[in-house]
Design a protein around this ligand. Structure first.
Ligand code: FES
Ligand code: FE
Length: 377
């Protein structure tokens, strides 16, 4: 039996299986017979996948195990494996985050993540028992270019003006803006990845209690913190539990470890329109009540119906509208913090890291086109 998940990644329809042998596999969800999607469910459990169209069946290793009217095919019909589901060649993982790559020549995932691994560790180390995605993904769309959501996901400068309503609500529950709130640093992590790490007035289920969480949560958070100190020492435990971090793995994976942990991926459907999938990540061993506290925190700020995400989407759509003037208004300003030796979390070094990589990749792509004897029109 396998746990299965269907996902669209980079325009490809994929099927992920996690089998009882512990192996995670990814297949192109296309029937090798005449191309239909083999698996139509979003997620579930299955031993065998049977194609709806002519009922070819495949096991959870993608091998053909059922072929109606077998006599109509050559005896050695699958000796070259061409009637099996095609596996995605490159499937790599880091700390439980699974990545696929469609480029045989790309560098390894470890090398690609590089300095960003340190920040994924700070998320994964929040528990000894592993993390899990809570419930199903949230799917929504924004009428804006995908790169605007990259920028927004690690932009702390907009926090107070755009999300004032949320900050006001947090203050009524004891999460006041103190000296030091929203103070932190931004780091260019290379390969277009970047992060901002900072303190905030909102609660954190891993390490910052406020009155609005209730008394029971206070004790739980104290225990979690004590264990983190045992495992990692004061300094790293403090960093894991008290600091917030918004991470962008270039180009389109966002991990916002703030009052809850949100994972977002997004794909452009057209230049001014994206579809977003968002997931809440949490330690597997939380109590039901505490899970509820975390989930409330997630939904009320990060969820598509929360206090922040609709505001962010409004801002992105306003930018997209404003870009209609790009014949005359050609440039954006992302210079904040260029006058400081160490960029602050509320600066724009993160955006510069992203756009530098984007620029390199566009240049590369243009150079390849020229190599191939074509030029941009
Ligand atoms: Fe799948 Fe024919 S298309 S069995
Ligand atoms: Fe925001």
């Amino acid at each position: 039996m396998s746990v299965i998940h269907r996902r669209k990644v980079g325009g490809r329809n994929l099927l992920f299986t996690h089998s009882s042998d512990g192996v995670i596999r990814a297949f192109y969800n296309s029937c090798p017979h005449r191309g239909a999607l083999v698996c139509r469910e979003g997620k579930g459990n299955a031993k065998v996948f049977r194609c709806f169209y002519h009922a070819w069946s495949f096991n959870n290793q993608g091998e053909l195990v059922g072929l109606p009217d077998k006599e109509g095919f050559l005896e050695d019909h699958n000796c070259d494996g061409s009637k099996n589901m095609m596996a995605v060649k490159r499937l790599e993982s880091y700390r439980g985050f699974i990545f696929v790559n469609f480029d045989d020549n790309a560098i390894s995932l470890e090398d690609y993540l590089g300095n960003a691994k340190e920040y994924l560790d700070l998320v994964a180390d929040q528990t000894e028992v592993g993390m899990e995605v809570l419930q199903d993904s949230q799917e929504y769309s924004v009428r804006a270019n995908w790169k605007l959501l990259c920028e927004n996901s690690f932009d702390l400068y907009h926090g107070v003006p755009t999300h004032k309503t949320y900050f006001d609500i947090v203050a009524t529950r004891g999460g006041i803006m103190e000296k030091g709130s929203l103070v932190g640093e931004a780091h260019d992590l290379g390969n277009g990845h970047a992060v901002m790490e900072y303190y905030a007035p909102w609660p954190r289920p891993i390490g910052k209690w406020i009155e609005g969480y209730g008394e029971e949560a206070k004790e739980i958070i104290e225990k979690i913190n004590a264990r983190l100190v045992e495992r990692f020492g004061e300094e790293r435990a403090h960093r894991i539990s008290k600091k917030n971090r918004n991470i962008l793995i270039f180009p389109n994976l966002v991990i916002n470890d703030i009052m809850a942990i949100a994972i977002r991926t997004f794909y452009p459907i057209e230049p001014g329109y994206i579809e977003v999938s968002a997931y809440a990540l949490a330690p597997k061993n939380e109590t039901e009540n505490f899970k509820q506290v975390r989930n409330d925190s997630y939904l009320e700020f990060l969820g598509p119906g929360g206090f922040a995400t609709p505001d962010d989407n409004e801002a992105l759509e306003l930018c997209q509208e404003g870009f209609a003037n790009n014949k005359e208004v050609e440039w954006n300003d992302i210079s904040k913090g260029m006058n400081r030796a160490i960029p602050q979390a509320t600066d724009e070094a993160q955006m510069r890291a992203f756009w530098r990589e984007w620029n390199v990749r566009i240049m590369d792509a243009e150079a390849k086109k020229i190599d191939a004897g074509r030029v941009k029109v």
